[in-house]
Design a protein around this ligand. Structure first.
Ligand code: HEM
Length: 118
């Protein structure tokens, strides 16, 4: 069974993404980076992106990760904070710790595409 199926499919991923951005917007370190962003569009794109990243259907039509983040100059501290917020959301959503670790591992491997190279 794919990680996508074990996590509960599209609805479960959409709920996790929603909770993640609710926390990210309220976070003093990463929140300011979302100023002026169409959050409804970002939540939808992020959901499609994560669904594909964990073995679900390929529906993502947004920009590549590097292109989507290059103007933001994301540093390692902000990347770590987003991963930490995702870990908290997965735990609070009652996701099995082994499944959560699998999701966090896959997301963490995307650091090189998101974090600005000097
Ligand atoms: C592995 C981690 C991450 C993934 C998988 C990810 C994924 C995405 C995706 C799929 C988009 C949408 C691109 C589009 O609509 O074409 C996006 C946009 C965005 N991401 Fe990330 N992201 C990650 C980490 C971060 C971090 C650490 C930050 C900031 C702290 C961040 C801030 C943003 C912002 C502000 C946008 C909107 C850009 C804009 O529309 O101007 N992301 N991200």
């Amino acid at each position: 069974m794919t990680l996508y199926r074990r996590l509960g499919g599209a609805d479960a991923v959409a709920r996790v993404v929603d909770l993640l951005y609710d926390r990210a917007l309220a976070d003093e370190l990463v929140g300011p980076l979302f100023a002026g962003v169409d959050m409804a569009r970002l939540r939808a794109h992020q959901t499609d992106f994560l669904i594909a990243a964990i073995g679900g259907p390929e529906r993502y039509e947004g920009a590549g990760l590097r292109a989507a983040h290059s103007h933001l100059r994301v540093d390692d501290a902000r990347f770590d904070r987003m991963v930490q917020l995702l870990a908290e959301v997965l735990a609070d959503a009652g996701i099995d710790p082994a499944l959560a670790d699998d999701v966090l591992g896959r997301v963490s491997r995307l650091r090189v595409a998101v974090v600005a190279s000097v």
